[in-house]
Design a protein around this ligand. Structure first.
Ligand code: HEC
Ligand code: HEC
Length: 510
């Protein structure tokens, strides 16, 4: 049986177009934290979804940080949930206090449950999820390679996927397990009592406390619902939670959480596009505003309680912004960063190759080796690549990003063919090599390490990548270089200024 029918997607879209109540969002959060959708729980619970397991999953005992330090994991003793990789506030105050509320795990590639495929680590760095619900996240492609095209696909794919312990032929078991947990949960475990009772009661919302009561349009009578409706109810709640994940905003939806936002507002510039203005146009307007700013009003230094850093926007940060937006500046650097990292989220939601796969491969297998690799043909291409690090000369063992789905996944192919390949550039598979989704640049100090492969955990080192790769692109040593790399003028002074600017995009959580 097919898991996703066209009808179910339409039903979901109708459901998803209405507003989400706070109760639905909190139900989504509970599902996100529930460890019973994992393969391990299914295997060890003997069919009793309300069983408290004595032991948690082994791989969740320790967390290996990007700096090589291994620390006790806040998820020791539990089973895999979305939150054990996308940490919410579990990391706050612990693990050397690297951050919190960023929905990431601080590992380069996090450990996954052991199965017969012998994979031990996720294929990629876990992205932060804040901002994925933003109105300025102009398309809903997800995963670094555009594997999914909307939240329904993403949530369902993840709940029944390898990260939760399920092998690709076990999707049906995973799906049936979700349905069973929802139908049979009695609210006694996984903090059900703090969230208003069993899933069935909350979804029906009859005798539950007001704060957990769903809007009538969101309610589902599980005793009457068919299996697909149960799945839809789950995905709908988790998607509502995803849609709610955004950076701090004021009542008119303007971003206000970072020093740069505060600086713009203080100088009379709104931090979000006007109605119907594209991110690109808004970015152009922001660039012009910054270059015409004669007497900038700076943001005074203030301590960032959750960063151990100062919250400020001063001369140094402004110099960095000028490098970012190619405005004349004292370092004479031009980063061209804004061309891909468009305001207000600092992403264009598109796919580019900036050389990160090449850099990782060459660091392991020798300078120039990525360029010599033979790339498989469409027919011989397999879905997923390596375990933890790319292996040498194994034609399936390097990460080629959106290449994995171009001409195979209709939505991302249509997007590339209409938005990426312009009249002057006809796309073929070789131009898809090592393109990845442009991430947001907000709040980076809370989400190290960086890039799809967690290449560096230091922001300055990460920005230096552009200095090296733009040099390589100019000398013709980079495979499938993005043309913008050749326009960059960047030295260490520029990199340092950019680092200060990007730190002024950190959010202050108080
Ligand atoms: C083992 C760790 C792990 C678990 C468990 C996990 N994720 Fe993820 N998540 C990742 C990684 C790694 C990626 C990046 C995947 C890729 O690009 O191939 C990701 C990507 C995502 C994305 C896309 C973000 C973006 O901007 O592209 C979403 C949304 C997401 N996960 C939601 C979930 C949900 C919902 C669950 C629970 C059902 C979940 N994840 C479980 C590690 C995990
Ligand atoms: C050609 C488009 C493009 C340009 C220009 C560009 N970037 Fe990026 N940026 C990307 C893509 C794509 C990624 C993700 C690459 C990956 O993960 O392999 C990225 C990732 C990053 C990251 C890592 C973020 C994270 O969460 O992992 C940082 C930091 C960054 N860029 C900063 C900059 C700066 C600073 C500039 C200007 C010097 C810049 N970028 C210019 C496309 C671009």
């Amino acid at each position: 049986m097919k898991i996703i029918t066209k009808k179910s997607i339409i039903a979901f879209m109708l459901l998803n177009s209405v507003f989400a109540s706070d109760a639905l969002i909190s139900l989504g959060e509970r599902l996100f934290n529930d460890g019973r959708f994992s393969r391990y729980f299914w295997q060890h619970s003997n069919g009793n979804v309300n069983l408290e397991l004595n032991n948690g999953e082994k791989h969740l005992e320790k967390l290996l940080l990007a700096n090589g330090l291994e620390v006790d994991s806040p998820f020791k003793g539990t089973t895999q949930s979305c939150a054990s990789c996308h940490m919410v506030d579990q990391a706050f105050g612990s693990i050397n206090d690297p951050g919190m509320r960023t929905y990431t795990d601080f590992s380069t590639r996090i450990k996954i449950p052991k199965r017969s495929d012998n994979k031990t680590h996720a294929a990629r760095n876990t992205p932060s999820l804040v901002g994925i619900g933003s109105a300025y996240n102009r398309n809903r492609f997800s995963h670094w390679d555009g594997e999914f095209h909307d939240h329904f696909q993403t949530v369902l794919g993840n709940m029944t996927g390898r990260n939760m312990g399920w092998l690709s032929h076990e999707k049906e078991i995973a799906r049936n397990n979700i349905i069973k947990v929802i139908r049979e949960d009695d609210g006694s475990v996984q903090s059900g009592d703090e969230f208003g009772g069993s899933y069935k009661e909350v979804l029906l919302s009859k005798n539950v406390e007001a704060e957990f009561r769903l809007d009538p349009s969101e309610r589902v009578d599980i005793s009457k619902a068919d299996d697909q409706q149960v799945i839809n109810a789950v995905i709908n709640a988790v998607s509502a939670y995803m849609n709610d994940l955004d950076f701090e905003k004021d009542e008119i939806g303007q971003y206000i959480g970072s020093p740069f936002d505060k600086f713009l507002i203080k100088n009379g510039f709104s931090t979000i596009p006007k109605k119907d203005e594209s991110n690109e146009k808004f970015t152009e307007r922001l660039k012009n505003f910054l270059s015409g700013l004669n007497q900038p009003q700076f943001i005074e230094k203030k301590h960032f309680p959750t960063h151990h850093k100062d919250f400020s926007f001063g001369k140094v940060e402004l110099e960095g912004a000028k490098v970012f937006f190619n405005i004349e500046n004292s370092t004479r650097n031009q980063g061209s960063c804004f061309k891909c990292h468009q305001a207000p989220l600092y992403t264009d939601n598109s796919f580019h190759n900036i050389g990160t796969s090449q850099m990782e491969y060459d660091m392991i297998h020798g300078e120039g080796s990525f360029k010599k690799l033979s790339i498989p043909t469409l027919d011989s291409r397999k879905n997923k690549f390596y375990n933890n690090a790319p292996e040498e000369n194994n034609s399936q063992s390097f990460d080629l990003g959106v290449w994995n789905f171009y001409k195979r996944n209709k939505k991302v192919t249509d997007f590339i063919d209409t938005k990426v390949c312009t009249k002057n550039m006809k796309c073929d598979l070789s131009q898809m090599v090592a393109r990845f989704k442009t991430p947001s640049l907000r709040d980076l100090s809370h989400s190290a390490p960086y890039f799809h492969n967690g290449l560096f955990d230091d922001l300055e080192d990460s920005i230096s990548v552009y200095m090296f790769m733009s040099r390589k692109a100019k000398m013709g040593e980079m495979r499938n270089a993005d043309p913008i790399l050749k326009e960059m003028r960047l030295n260490m002074m520029g990199v340092r200024a950019l680092t200060s600017f990007l730190k002024s995009l950190n959010e202050n959580y108080e």
